[in-house]
Design a protein around this ligand. Structure first.
Ligand code: SF4
Length: 409
């Protein structure tokens, strides 16, 4: 009897929207070291806070469902135990909290008692729950929803880069996945009169007027532990490309891709909009406010600013001590971004992410052939990313650009 030979192994690569695609776009080489090399970042604050705030908001929602605690929640009694739980879960995965300057830690007092010293991250968490959680939780239908789908890896003829076309593909398809933080369910007739700030923002942007195909809608919600990204009108039009390096566009494409993935699930309803909450805006750090100030001065913002807030920012001497008392509407408006779900835009987002996957696949295959990481992955982080990067001491781009500082006298 003739035994059939084992067929060649065929793996379909799987890519996460945030963990792979957006991470690759931040810097190709950093992504390679961090994600494919299994070297977790030591503790960059933004990475840690991003994970932490997702965990805290999800746990806070679960507890609100069980206990129905009224808002505002007390930090020490209601919120601190949630922070501790999420921190412990993250430490098990090797993600340790940042410098005590930022995150609450305990100090010993007499009779071996310990008291917590509340820092900026905990104050920000408190605001996130008491300002937005209060309005988000009653609308939640499901949280932490895993979505995935197969897509074709585009051929080089569709790709902007024609080089390296002698490298074979390892698969014709890839699997794209993501976890939607929150799916909210809205009944357009019953919710319209409720006292909910999110509904107010949706109405203000005309979403209720334009939605009449169905009574039931969904909203996709994503939390981001960062400030609102720069908005540049030149790179946010239909012609915008991955190479524009715009977080503003990347976040929009993330939501549009989520909406495409979600719409293919059996139990989904029409999606009214996507909402991103930029939670640092509720309590910006001095560094955040310096960048916000620069965005306003250089007209890299999509929002109008009141005379009152503009004056405060202009008069600010950029010190931590004289941090301006900005208005609540300034912080609220900057912390919420509503994204229209449009078929043409979805198509564009999917095409852009297909191109990213093609690039990652090519770099992977190139590295396999050449055995050289640095020749296969582009070092293309921006200044802020490079300054916080764990791999800068052996990154040629960084050492070349900072050779004066690194030269031993
Ligand atoms: S130092 Fe900058 S360019 Fe180099 S790997 Fe890190 S982020 Fe990328």
């Amino acid at each position: 009897m003739k035994l059939s030979s084992k067929s060649k192994e065929y793996n379909i690569p799987e890519y996460s929207l945030t963990g792979d695609l957006l991470s690759f776009l931040t810097c190709n080489l950093q992504y390679r070291y961090q994600n494919k090399g299994l070297l977790p970042p030591s503790r960059p604050l933004q990475h840690w806070f991003g994970e932490f705030i997702h965990g805290v908001m999800d746990e806070a929602y679960k507890q609100w469902k069980i206990k129905e605690t009224h808002f505002p929640w007390d930090w020490m009694g209601d919120i601190r135990p949630i922070e501790e739980k999420i921190d412990q879960q993250m430490q098990i995965r090797g993600l340790y909290p940042p410098n005590p300057k930022y995150f609450t830690h305990y100090i010993d007092i007499e009779n071996s008692k310990k008291i917590p010293l509340k820092r900026i991250i905990s104050s920000r968490v408190e605001k996130s729950i008491n300002i937005w959680g209060k309005h988000i939780f009653p609308l939640i239908d499901s949280s932490e929803v895993l979505i995935k789908r197969l897509r074709e890896i585009p051929s080089d003829s569709n790709n902007e880069e024609q080089s390296d076309n002698n490298i074979e593909k390892r698969s014709d398809f890839y699997c794209v996945n993501g976890i939607i933080d929150v799916i909210s369910s809205l009944n357009i007739s019953s919710e319209i009169s409720t006292n909910n700030l999110i509904i107010d923002y949706l109405k203000k942007e005309g979403f209720y007027k334009s939605q009449r195909k169905s009574e039931e809608y969904e909203i996709i919600i994503d939390y981001k532990g960062m400030k609102r990204p720069k908005y540049d009108s030149r790179t946010t039009n239909q012609q915008s490309k991955i190479s524009d390096k715009s977080d503003w566009n990347y976040h929009k494409w993330q939501i549009l891709t989520y909406s495409w993935l979600r719409s293919r699930q059996a139990n989904s309803k029409p999606i009214m909009a996507g909402i991103i909450f930029y939670l640092n805006e509720l309590l910006p750090s001095t560094k955040d406010l310096l960048v916000i100030k620069e965005d306003i001065e250089t007209n890299k913002t999509d929002l109008k600013i009141s005379k009152f807030d503009k004056q405060l920012i202009e008069d600010w001497d950029e010190s931590e001590e004289n941090f301006p008392k900005l208005s609540n509407s300034f912080k609220l408006d900057r912390s919420i971004r509503i994204i229209k779900i449009d078929d043409d835009e979805i198509k564009k987002a999917l095409t852009e992410f297909d191109i990213v996957v093609n690039k990652i696949e090519k770099s992977t295959l190139k590295e396999n052939k050449s055995n050289s990481i640095k020749n296969s992955w582009k070092a293309d982080g921006d200044k802020r990313t490079c300054d916080a990067c764990d791999f800068k001491s052996f990154c040629n781009k960084y050492t070349d650009q900072n050779s004066n500082c690194l030269t031993i006298p």
